[in-house]
Design a protein around this ligand. Structure first.
Ligand SMILES: [Mn+2]
Length: 435
């Protein structure tokens, strides 16, 4: 018997419970929309084509269920397609290692192809890989491997599904694939350099099959808006939604992209309690919140808040940010509501977190041994990075180049691109103004 009970997307619960073998379709640990939709739609397709097979085919979303509220664009698209949260299966709801030890597990990896070290034992169970990142591992001849550098892994899933009998592609599956390709490929805008001819071809093929799919611009804008929507999130969730963590010998600094104005952030009820609690719970010695918001003409506004209960560390971080020269952040201090928090307007709006991270990393690496006299807890030091939660928007696959910096498709990066596109785009289609 499986613990806890498995649920299939088709809500065919009994079917699953009476099967013993389980074929899991697993997305990556960032569990973005691409990973979720790839896992759901491929599992659904395989279920339909594998009638009579012994294994139950189960899509598994590779985050704990408690992190699902942070994936607002996924919540939006799945709800819109009538897929209830309750029938999704999250990583903490199925024991893959136990299944594998019992010889009952086969695994298809989508949207990644290298398992993180914690899951290395599951490698033997892999029978198929579908991914759109550069191939970093030789899976040998016995596995079916589809790896192509397209903008969205769902393009490769769409290709697979459309190779099958036409009746197996229903409108719900088509809408999920269509929306995800559009979001991943920045509405197929060539300027964003995400889309490939194959992505565009499958968007067109899906539209040809289901002419009533909503217009591209509308889907893209709705998903994009949903992605940065922090309505209803707690302050902890707002900070976790797009978080990077830097750790040095003594210190762990969290850098959060926060999708609202600094004023809105500072006005959140309970903030003065929530900031220290957030840092204590995750053993962060300091937190840098980078707010980003957009003005009426889509121009970006950036502000910074540096929080640490340790005055010396706070001063060191602030001074490093104020003095940074490549690039300069052009910071002007703003009034702060609490003494443990320094706030700034960031004049250099082009300096995204990608530019701020190296400044802080340098400070952590070469700031000298414990110059500030503030250490993170002993416990945190002992377990080091194992304690750190996965960064939601990134792939934390070991040795993946993305683990070292921002992923190409961080929401911040896409946000910026879109805002740039919004400025560039007016004018005849296909001839965007180039700078
Ligand atoms: Mn992907």
């Amino acid at each position: 018997m499986m613990e806890p009970s498995l649920r299939l997307w088709t809500s065919d619960q009994d079917h699953v419970q009476h099967h013993q073998e389980v074929h899991v379709v697993l997305g990556n640990e960032a569990c973005d929309l691409d990973s979720m939709v790839s896992a759901l739609t491929l599992a659904y397709y395989l279920t339909q084509t594998a009638a009579g097979a012994r294994a139950a085919i189960v899509p598994v979303l590779n985050i704990p269920r408690t992190e699902f509220p942070l994936r607002s664009e996924s919540i939006f698209l799945l709800r819109e397609q009538g897929i209830p949260d309750g029938c999704l299966i999250f990583r903490d709801e199925i024991d893959l290692v136990m299944l594998h030890r019992a010889g009952l597990l086969t695994l298809t990896l989508v949207d990644h192809h290298i398992l993180p070290s914690g899951d290395a034992a599951l490698e033997e169970a892999v029978i198929e890989v579908i991914d759109h990142r550069p191939l970093e591992r030789d899976w040998g001849p016995r596995r079916r491997v589809t790896v192509e550098p397209v903008g969205s892994c769902t393009t490769l899933v769409a290709e697979r599904v459309m190779e099958g009998p036409p009746e197996l592609l229903d409108r719900q599956t088509a809408a999920l694939l269509h929306g995800t390709i559009l979001l991943d490929c920045v509405n197929l805008a060539p300027e964003a350099r995400k889309v490939t001819p194959k992505d565009a071809r499958y968007v067109a093929l899906l539209e040809a099959r289901f002419p009533d799919l909503p217009a591209r611009d509308i889907i893209f804008e709705t998903l994009q808006k949903a992605k940065f929507d922090v309505t209803g999130l707690t302050t902890e969730q707002v900070l976790q939604k797009d978080l990077k963590v830097l750790s040095g010998d003594q210190l762990i600094v969290a850098i959060s992209a926060v999708y609202m104005t600094l004023e809105e952030f500072l006005q959140r009820p309970g903030l003065q309690h929530d900031l220290p609690t957030f840092c204590q719970q995750h053993s962060y010695t300091a937190l840098v919140a980078m707010t980003i918001s957009f003005g009426e003409r889509h121009e970006p506004h950036r502000q910074l808040a540096v929080y640490s209960p340790c005055a010396r560390l706070r001063a060191t971080l602030c001074s490093a940010l104020e003095r940074a020269s490549s690039p300069p952040l052009d910071l002007s201090p703003l009034p702060s509501p609490c003494p443990d928090l320094c706030t700034y307007r960031q004049g250099n709006v082009a300096a995204s977190r990608k530019k701020v991270l190296p400044i802080l990393r340098e400070l952590l690496l070469h700031g000298g041994p414990e110059p500030w006299g503030c250490r993170a807890g002993e416990e945190a030091m002992a377990e080091d990075e194992a304690l750190l939660p996965p960064t939601p928007m990134n792939s934390l696959v070991d040795d993946c180049p993305l683990a070292r910096g921002l992923p190409a498709l961080s929401p911040e990066a896409v946000f910026e691109r879109v805002s740039r596109l919004a400025v560039v785009r007016p004018g005849p289609a296909g001839s965007p103004e180039k700078k």
